[in-house]
Design a protein around this ligand. Structure first.
Ligand SMILES: *[C@@H]1O[C@H](CO)[C@@H](O)[C@H](O)[C@H]1NC(C)=O
Length: 226
């Protein structure tokens, strides 16, 4: 009984481990689609050097970004892309900064950047702070269920459809495994019950055979304890 239980627990743990592992493996890549700055933070004569940074990560310098009030658009495949990655649902502290050689760097804006910000089915997220910066990010993997929300998109994006396929397969496998586990457990319980009943029957029969002797001695057939 105890061994069977341990086996079931370890199987369940193994299954949940696989599910968690999948989440960790699928890192969501964030690219910058466009950015516009509304101030240059007073660079005295020199061109600004604007960079994007998430705490604890490399600074990503945006090499072409030199002028304020100009919208810079990117393909997402530039040498410095992607900007960052989300390995889990956890947010990151990120921002746009202006680099200075003498004084400390200026902050355009710093905020908690979260995978959950990407709610649009096309995977876009527009971050805008008045008079500072307006940036459009893309993270298609961050969108919770883009293909369920937008079935049109699913047929267009072959790769995404594949991902959904695997999610369904994984879910069905887990459900099937759980059903099998419960089925086995029920069968085992049933078998044990049958075995116990058989043993009890045999036991009672033994007493019936010795009933007469016990009656003579004045001992009951173990009353309610059976
Ligand atoms: C920010 O940029 C997006 C995309 O280029 C644009 O649609 C939006 O109007 C801009 N917002 C502001 C406040 O400038």
């Amino acid at each position: 009984m105890r061994r069977g239980f341990n086996y079931r627990v370890s199987l369940l743990l193994f299954l949940s481990y696989i599910t968690c592992f999948r989440e960790v493996v699928s890192t969501a890549v964030v690219t910058l689609q466009s950015v516009e700055i509304f101030t240059t933070h007073e660079f005295i004569g020199s061109d600004p050097t604007v960079y994007f940074n998430c705490k604890g990560e490399e600074k990503i310098i945006l090499p072409d970004l030199k002028k304020a009030h100009v919208l810079y658009a990117y393909k997402g495949q530039e040498s410095w892309q992607p900007l960052t990655e989300f390995p889990s649902n956890k947010c990151k502290r990120c921002g746009f900064y202006a680099k200075h050689t003498i004084k400390s760097d200026d902050v355009f804006s710093e905020w908690e950047f979260c995978p959950s910000d990407f709610t649009r089915p096309d995977g876009k997220y527009i971050y805008s702070i008045d008079n500072e910066v307006n940036a459009t990010f893309i993270c298609e993997e961050c969108v919770p269920h883009p293909h369920i929300a937008d079935p049109d998109q699913a047929s267009k994006s072959k790769d995404g459809g594949h991902g959904l396929h695997w999610v369904i397969v994984a879910l069905i496998s887990i459900l099937a495994s759980i059903l099998v586990i419960f089925g086995l457990a029920a069968a085992y319980k049933f078998w044990q019950k049958k075995k116990r009943q058989k043993e009890q029957a045999r036991f009672l029969k033994l007493f019936e055979d010795t009933d007469d002797i016990e009656d003579e001695l004045g001992i009951g057939p173990l009353g309610g304890s059976v």
